[in-house]
Write a protein that binds this ligand. Structure first.
Ligand code: ATP
Length: 251
C-alpha cells in the first residue's frame, strides 16, 4: 500500500462528534503518532485497523483524553478538547472501553456496576441504570452476584462495556474487544455493538482482526507505524489492505 491510496474517505457533513487535526504524540522520546487527521460524525461508524504497535490504542487514548497530543488538536462537537481532562470527554458523551479486562476482579458484577453508575445517580436512578445494563447484557444479569474475576473473558468484556453504555454515549471507543475471546463470544460482543450502533451512537472500533470490525462499521482507517495510510469505505478496506497486513507477528 502507498500513501497515494490515502485519504479517500468522505468527510461527515455535520460537525463531527470527534475530529483529530494533525495529531502527533509521543511516549517520552518515542514518537507514536504522526499527523493523524480524521473525524467521526454523528451516527458514524469507523473501524481503526492496523498491525500490532501501529498506534491504534494510542489513537483511542487520544480520542478519549487519556493521552494528550504533543502537537495537533482534538475537537469534540466542534470544541477544542486538546488539553482537556479525560472526565470532561466522558461528560461530553465520549466513552472508552479499554483493551483487556477492565473490571474489579474482587467485586461482584453488581458492585462493579454500582461503583460506576452511582456517582451521578440517586437510589432510584441507580436501580433504573442497573436494569438498563442488565437489559443490554443478559449474560451478566444472570451473574450479578458473582465475583467479576470469575467471569469468562467475554463476560468481563460485557461488564466493562455495560459500565459505560448505560447512558447511551454519543461516541463509543472500543479497544480490541475480541482480544482473547472465543469466536462465538466475539460474535456475541459484536452483536451488542451492532445494537448500540443501531441506536445512533457513533463508534470508533479498534481491531487488529478486521472481519468483525468491517462488518460493523461503514468506514475504515488504516494505521501503519503511527500514520494513517488509508481511509475509506469498509467495503473497499479488505481489498485495499490485504489479509497479509493483519497477521499477528507485527512484521
Ligand atoms: P497493539 O495492537 O499491540 O495494542 P497498537 O496498534 O494499539 O498495538 P499502541 O499500543 O498504540 O499500538 O502502541 C504504539 C506504539 O507506542 C508501540 O510501538 C508501543 O510500543 C508504543 N507504546 C504504547 N504505549 C506506550 C507507553 N506507555 N510507553 C512507551 N511506549 C508505548
Amino acid at each position: 500500500m502507498t500513501t497515494s491510496q490515502c485519504m479517500s474517505a468522505p468527510a461527515p457533513l455535520s460537525v463531527p462528534v470527534l475530529e483529530m487535526r494533525q495529531v502527533s504524540t509521543a511516549y517520552g522520546p518515542f514518537k507514536a503518532l504522526f499527523d493523524v487527521s480524521f473525524s467521526v460524525g454523528e451516527a458514524d461508524t469507523v473501524a481503526l485497523l492496523g498491525r500490532n504497535g501501529a498506534g491504534k490504542t494510542t489513537v483511542a487514548r487520544v480520542a478519549s483524553g487519556l493521552v494528550v497530543p504533543t502537537t495537533g488538536q482534538v475537537m469534540i462537537d466542534g470544541n477544542d478538547f486538546t488539553n482537556v481532562r479525560a472526565y470532561r470527554y466522558a461528560k461530553a458523551g465520549v466513552v472508552h472501553v479499554p483493551e483487556g479486562r477492565a473490571v474489579f476482579a474482587d467485586f461482584t458484577v453488581e458492585e462493579n456496576l454500582t461503583l460506576a453508575l452511582s456517582r451521578t445517580r440517586d437510589r432510584s436512578g441507580l436501580r433504573a441504570a442497573l436494569g438498563r445494563a442488565y437489559e443490554l447484557f443478559p449474560p451478566i444479569a444472570q451473574r450479578r452476584r458473582q465475583l467479576a474475576g470469575t467471569l469468562s473473558g467475554g463476560e468481563q468484556r460485557m461488564l466493562a462495556m455495560a459500565r459505560v453504555l448505560v447512558d447511551a454515549p454519543r461516541l463509543l471507543i472500543a479497544d480490541e474487544l475480541s482480544l482473547g475471546l472465543a469466536p462465538i463470544i466475539t460474535d456475541e460482543v459484536y452483536e451488542v455493538l451492532a445494537r448500540i450502533r443501531d441506536t445512533g451512537t457513533s463508534l470508533l472500533i479498534v481491531e487488529q482482526h478486521m472481519g468483525h470490525a468491517l462488518a460493523l462499521c461503514d468506514r475504515a482507517i488504516l494505521l501503519h507505524h503511527g500514520s494513517i495510510t488509508w481511509q475509506g469505505p469498509s467495503t473497499e478496506a479488505a481489498e485495499v489492505v490485504g489479509a497479509s497486513l493483519f497477521d499477528t507477528t507485527g512484521q
